[in-house]
Design a protein around this ligand. Sequence first.
Ligand SMILES: NC(=O)c1ccc[n+]([C@@H]2O[C@H](COP(=O)([O-])OP(=O)(O)OC[C@H]3O[C@@H](n4cnc5c(N)ncnc54)[C@H](O)[C@@H]3O)[C@@H](O)[C@H]2O)c1
Length: 348
Amino acid sequence: MSARPRIALIGCGRIGQIHAESLSSLRDRCEFAVVADPRADIAEQIAERLGASQWTPDAEEAITNPAIDAVIIASSTETHAAYIALAAEHGKDAFTEKPIALDIETTDRALAAVEDAGTRLQVGFQRRFDRGYHAARKDIAEGRLGSVEMIRDAMRDPQPPDPDYVARSGGLYRDMSIHNFDCVRWLMGEEPEEVFATASALVSDVIARAGDVDTSVVTLRFPSGALATIENSRRSGFGYDVRTEIFGSEGAIMVGEHRQTPVRRYDADGVHEDHQYFFLERFSEAYRREMIAFIEAVRSDQPVAVTGADGRAALLLAYAAERSLQEHRPIAIAEVLASVSTQEVPGA
Ligand SMILES: NC(=O)c1ccc[n+]([C@@H]2O[C@H](COP(=O)([O-])OP(=O)(O)OC[C@H]3O[C@@H](n4cnc5c(N)ncnc54)[C@H](O)[C@@H]3O)[C@@H](O)[C@H]2O)c1
């Protein structure tokens, strides 16, 4: 692989623009070669502002371009799987935003294409690259907490996404909680065996009309007996809220820093600090670090840190949560596994 792999960015909406900023700032490690988005005006603007060599409205042209070594897929969710497969068929490594696809069958087809081609696929679970979550995982792996007994993992967005995004998102569990599912199984270091979910639509009529939920608590039981709870809401009156508490036999870790500026002011009205309003700010460093990790894996011909199998495992937990909600009962993961395709899981 060339010392500076040539990268195509597919999709430059909210998250694509964050990845474009990272690629632009990583010129010593890669060439930001092409940006593709059907909204040609935005593709052109991003290319000009951030120094991509070319832009195109045609994602397939960018992916199949022989001059491209690797592809960053940040387009709408329903496009990921086809682009992953196309990249693999043309021998290109790929980074994809979560989720890989909205269902397991499509996910498995994309993963099979990657397996057949022997290319890399990294999934965009950026929390794993956040310095706080990374430190927590390291402490757990090195035994500093003793045995982990409980995790409480909460994530709330400032406000619901726009109606078009809601319609294409796959619902709360496949779109949003999927970050929590990945985070909890990664922190715990084992796969949950049972999931129980309860949820409401309290925040948005659009979400309620779509048959989706916006306020949810999911509990997970692990084979060791350890328990986790995941809280999600599509609304938070004070801005983005992400925090995780991990309790072990020897101690606990709290992950979560909300301040934009590490300053706390004290006066007669109380104690005040500012706040990172949105996930794009809270995880800005993690998004850059996940991009560095992917590019370094490509450059050094090493495996990626977050695999297609991780993306699939998190989606399975979303399935379990949905089924639990529908059937008002705990769902064993074995039940979900029995109901999806029995095809061998590539990379698992
Ligand atoms: N990791 C994270 O924290 C995180 C955060 C936000 C979004 N995401 C994921 O990133 C993806 C994009 O989300 P977003 O919030 O940026 O959405 P967005 O709607 O802001 O942007 C999507 C972009 O994809 C483009 N697009 C649509 N169809 C396309 C196609 N066929 N080919 C190429 N581009 C196409 C659109 O024109 C748009 O510019 C989603 O899958 C979402 O789940 C991940």
